[in-house]
Write a protein that binds this ligand. Structure first.
Ligand code: IMP
Ligand code: MG
Length: 183
């Protein structure tokens, strides 16, 4: 395709900004303080679910002012576009023994709840000292399994969103804000 048309098409899909960069950073500061206050002096392992949560993880860990370690897992439920396949696959696992840690799962968005439900069930079998979930975004109206995060920074309506780590077809992850995706 003509490169100009390609850029136009890319930009046109960014329908409107839902959450600004400043709103995200303010909420992360608050969550970072809450985590620092409640876990101070305890061994914390932040577990980011790739790829979507990589940007949130980078900012959240820097808003935490007490010692913490980080780990990554890759769980895939959306393989292309905006349609969930309903299949959750762990394609990269942790290399830490989590039984020595208070584990905090760091997720970008909870939609149907299937991904985190599966990840939490799996991690519980490894006996962490405690296990909590912090999510940047929550779309409670879309839930298919009963799942609630311990800390949720923003509740959003049923829109497909992009930016700040979230993608559509692997694009838009580098936008510094959360936007609605659409025609
Ligand atoms: P769930 O298993 O349906 O809760 O989906 C969780 C995963 O689907 C998230 O970690 C995202 O990677 C992806 N996802 C769900 N909703 C959106 C969205 O609006 N935009 C981008 N990715 C999404
Ligand atoms: Mg994700």
């Amino acid at each position: 395709m003509d490169p100009i048309k390609c850029i136009e098409e890319y930009d046109n899909k960014i329908k409107r900004v839902l959450i600004t960069e400043k709103e995200i950073q303010d909420a992360i500061k608050k969550a970072g303080k809450e985590i620092s206050d409640s876990y101070d002096g305890r061994p914390i392992l932040l577990v980011s679910i790739l790829k979507g949560a990589f940007v949130f993880m980078a900012d959240l860990c820097r808003a935490i002012t007490v010692p913490c370690e980080i780990g990554f897992m890759c769980a895939k439920s959306y393989f292309s576009g905006t349609v969930s396949t309903g299949v959750v696959k762990i394609t990269l696992d942790l290399d830490q023994d989590i039984s020595k840690y208070h584990v905090i799962i760091v997720e970008d968005i909870i939609d149907t709840g299937r991904t985190l439900n599966d990840v939490v069930d799996m991690l519980k079998t490894r006996n962490p000292i405690s296990l909590r979930v912090v999510t940047l975004l929550d779309k409670p109206s879309r839930r298919l399994v009963d799942f609630k995060a311990d800390i949720s920074l923003f509740t959003i309506p049923d829109h497909f969103v992009i930016g700040y780590g979230l993608d559509c077809g692997e694009k838009y992850r580098n936008l510094p804000y959360i936007a609605e995706y659409g025609e």
